[in-house]
Design a protein around this ligand. Sequence first.
Ligand code: FAD
Length: 319
Amino acid sequence: MARVCDHIRNADGKTIFSIEVIPPIKGDNLKNLLDNIEPLMEFKPPFIDVTYHREEYIERPEPDGTIRKIVTRKRPGTVGICSAIMHRFGVDPVPHVLCGGFTRDETEDFLIDLHYLGIDNVLVLRGDPAKPYHTFKPKTNGYSYASELVEQVANMNRGVYLHDSEHTLTPSRFCIGVAAYPEKHFEAADPDEDLNYLKLKIDKGADYVVTQMFFDNQKYFDFVDRCRKAGINVPIIPGLKPLSTRKQLQVLPSIFHLNMPEDLVRAVEACENDTQAREVGIEWSVQQCRELMKAGVPVLHFYTMGKSDNIRKIAEQVF
Ligand code: FAD
């Protein structure tokens, strides 16, 4: 199977279509997810990202009045889904790999599983704080920042695994993606500091960048300019999410820390229902895609969030 960077190189300047999918809620089956991907195969995504969802904590009152803290996973199954995508569609999966919830040794085991499965791509992320907490805490012997995890993967690519070994170790060949935020990561003090830490991820071995969603292309263009000036020369893939409900006007900015352009806000506020809002979202995204393609972006990467009909309508118009 091929690496994301090879797909970009082989496209020879033509913009590629790709998507990100989310594992089903625990207990659901995979059919819906695969059925959602199927109609998008017409647009030949060479790779599909699969998110990873760390543990959450639920506090349950006990009969004796005490509170029991229960660890739960809402969306397990990232590796299995990657394998299913690879075999069903012949597409390269890109599993997301998190710092949060993992020790370095657990991460190494995870990466070895991917390597054995022939999965040669990872998107390396720190992850958010485990819900309901608000600050990120690494597991003991885990990592605080994505750059540290990038270094571990890059070491494996050189045949350097954790702990010394007398054996000759097989190098992995992971293409390493990392996240970036055109409108700044919410925890960063300022955009320059955020950019310096992005540069650190590249210097440690990341091969490409995927951005957080944005609705104003100028934010992406300005961000790419700043990256190039800072010496970040790897591909910067724009992440796109078509707005699909009226509520998302408030929900997306509050979850993902981004701004909605005035024109989009006005257009969605004028909608009488979510069907109309979905159409406005499609039209907005089509305009975004056309402008981004004209600017020569390597990939248009869509966050499906469990639904693909609107993304299909967009892809029909732009690819
Ligand atoms: P980092 O690069 O580690 O940065 C986190 C913060 O720390 C930033 O503010 C940065 O400026 C700062 N920082 C970085 N290095 C240092 C340092 N050395 N010293 C001090 N400060 C530093 N979350 C999931 O749980 N699962 C997913 O599958 C997932 N997929 C995602 C896909 C994309 C494309 C994007 C954009 C985000 C995704 N996320 C996912 C969310 C992501 O985990 C969060 O945004 C998280 O808060 C930050 O992750 P990061 O890898 O950007 O962190």
